[in-house]
Design a protein around this ligand. Structure first.
Ligand code: PRE
Length: 381
């Protein structure tokens, strides 16, 4: 025991020196930041970091320490960059052109959703905007993005994630491709039913239509009817419309009860989802770059270079600035096999300094960085 006390004393003395040297190093980093700011040089200098790591690792006496020193200095320089970003971010007044603003809707406000009336997206639109707007529908998610981008609609409502089957990939891809922004989100409970023509019976069904997510969310029920042909359509309400249009007693759709009402179909079976707790989260998009003062959730996307440790470093900006990430998703980048665009949601408001620090750092160290939006998040169950 006596020995441990002594050894710890030794460690304490060394740590005191490390802290003192670290503080000296950070003071120099601060000067570097001021210099770089004056000449407009970027904070990150990969070449300098590479040479630095090489030099310090050469000074080690064994392989273990070599690796440890590489990791340690990687971390020291990451912290040094964060300090520099903090200094630079505090001088900027603008965050990517986003402005504080309220969402004002009138009975003339046009809101677009995908699918035909009765689609879950219509229910999501109603739950978010109420009835005092002019909703209209288009066929595809891309059409909805385009309508918002061109100004044909002020807002759009698009599904982004389901609690049992995960992300709606196409919407993620469209969010990064279009210059539209997330201004809100809403969540609705999805309850699928099997819909058929009046007079049809489950025993006669041979073909079932739905959105791929609808088919996935009812996989257990469909497993018990493997002889049925499953056909994917644009959305669940379009599937109901197809059954009505074809007038074939052997066809059914997996869609909402509301869709049955809208298309004059009958409910052949209710509660088809594998899980009773089945929710879909929808994002509300706008072409304007606005966020509310009370917004508490931010979505960003970026690409990181295809090198080891890059994502780890980027996520470090959230952790270092005390920001809590709620979701991370990745999508393949078209034309760059095995490279990914990341989508991160985290809690915060664009007016907060910690948020600005983190975003400035992430923007500087990634490619294609975009703030997708800052909005009021809905509690996730
Ligand atoms: O030397 C620089 O340019 C610095 O900004 C300092 C430093 C470091 O802490 O060593 C930090 C960031 C750069 O990427 C490289 C090195």
């Amino acid at each position: 025991m006596e020995d441990l006390v002594k050894l710890r004393d030794e460690i304490d003395a060394i740590d005191d020196q490390i802290v003192s040297l670290f503080e000296q190093r950070m003071a120099v980093a601060e000067n570097v930041a001021a210099f770089k700011r004056s000449v407009g040089k970027p904070v990150l200098d990969k070449e300098r970091e590479k040479i630095k790591i090489q030099k310090v690792t050469e000074k080690t006496s064994n392989a273990f320490n070599r690796q440890a020193v590489e990791s340690l200095f990687g971390q020291i320089m990451a912290v040094s960059r964060m300090l520099q970003y903090q200094r630079l971010a505090s001088e900027r007044t603008d965050v990517e052109g986003f402005q504080v603003g309220d969402m004002v809707t009138t009975p003339e406000t046009k809101v677009v959703y995908t699918g035909v009336p009765g689609a879950y997206a219509e229910a999501a639109m109603d739950s978010y905007f109420g009835s005092e707007i002019r909703g209209f529908n288009v066929e595809t998610f891309g059409d909805a993005m385009e309508a918002v981008h061109s100004g044909r609609a002020q807002y759009g409502v698009l599904p982004i994630e389901n609690s049992s089957t995960g992300s709606v990939n196409e919407v993620y891809d469209l969010l990064s491709a279009y210059d539209n922004h997330i201004v809100g989100e809403t969540m609705i409970k999805i309850e699928h039913a099997l819909l058929g023509l009046p007079g049809s019976r489950i025993e006669d069904i041979r073909t079932v239509y739905s959105h791929p997510q609808g088919l996935m969310q009812c996989s257990r029920f469909l497993d018990a009817h493997r002889e049925w042909q499953q056909v994917s359509l644009q959305n669940t309400a379009a599937s109901a419309k197809r059954v009505l249009d074809d007038q074939d007693m052997g066809q059914a759709a997996i869609a909402s009860r509301q869709a049955a009402k809208n298309f004059g179909l009958v409910v052949l079976k209710e509660k088809l989802n594998d899980l009773d707790n089945n929710f879909t989260r929808f994002v509300v998009i706008s072409h304007e770059k606005v966020f509310r003062k009370s917004a508490d959730k931010i979505s960003v996307c970026f690409e990181v270079p295809h090198e080891s440790g890059t994502l780890y470093n980027i996520l470090g900006h959230f952790i270092f600035n005390g920001l809590s990430m709620t979701r991370i998703e990745s999508r393949p980048i078209q034309g760059k096999p095995w490279q990914y665009r990341f989508f991160v949601d985290f809690n915060g408001n664009l007016r907060e300094q910690a948020v600005r620090n983190a975003l400035h750092g992430i923007q500087s160290e990634t490619e294609g960085f975009r703030i997708l939006g800052n909005y009021i998040g809905v509690g996730q169950q």
